[in-house]
Design a protein around this ligand. Sequence first.
Ligand code: FE2
Length: 301
Amino acid sequence: MAIPVIDFSTLNGDKRGETLALLHDACKNWGCFLIENHEIEGKLMEKVKKTINSYYEENLKESFYQSEIVKRLEKKKNTSDIDWESAFFIWHRPTSNIRQIPNLSEELCQTMDEYIEKLVELAENLSELMSENLGLEKDYIKKAFSGSNGPAMGTKVAKYPECPYPELVRGLREHTDAGGIILLLQDDKIPGLEFFKDGKWIEIPPSKNNAIFVNTGDQIEVLSNGLYKSVVHRVMPDKNGSRLSVASFYNPIGDAIISPAPKLLYPSSYRYGDYLELYGKTKFGEKAPRFESIKNMANEH
Ligand SMILES: [Fe+2]
């Protein structure tokens, strides 16, 4: 089973409809996909990976291997509730905290700022395509995520360090993501990410050519009334190398009120007799407009 690939370069040509259909299917049936030709420069993405890898080597690696997690794994006891990862969070929007994080070089901060600016554009572009595919206003997801000062954008920077006993521990235990749209810049050599689909774990290979891996979080599932899915995933550690994961999330801000888009909800609380009457007049038409009419009638009562 191959992960769906969304080629952004086709969105302005005759293949737009086909690409939108592919994206809709990926959001419904996979909860994840790859984006190619996203127009974020490869050079910039390489620099993000390089500066973060150096930061890990210089500031985090040693303390990770001295941590309690490592001691517990060496004793080979009680390893089911630990994650073999070295991670930290950065907030970018609405306000950035990147310069408050200890020991991040100005080069890393500037590189991340530049990368995130492009990534917000990509996330918003994607949120518009997803809104369009759901039959909602183009800016529906953005507005729903906005609250008083949003949407929010943050990044979880993680390394999944080389692990002597990968069979005893997870890099990151099975979970779904809480938020909205997650855009992942990941390692180009070391694998480890896995998504659960149709009863099986699917390995997501390392990203080639700086393709961005996207998955949708719980809020997209709720907002789409379950049409789009947030899918369970995990990270497996590797015996032969450390995996880099730079996961940026385009999320609702804390005070955003989330609910299923009313347009996507089934009608409710109507008299069946009213339905039948309408049905008599619209039997040979599409059922979606009939549902819309019934919703309006139910609202009037
Ligand atoms: Fe996740």
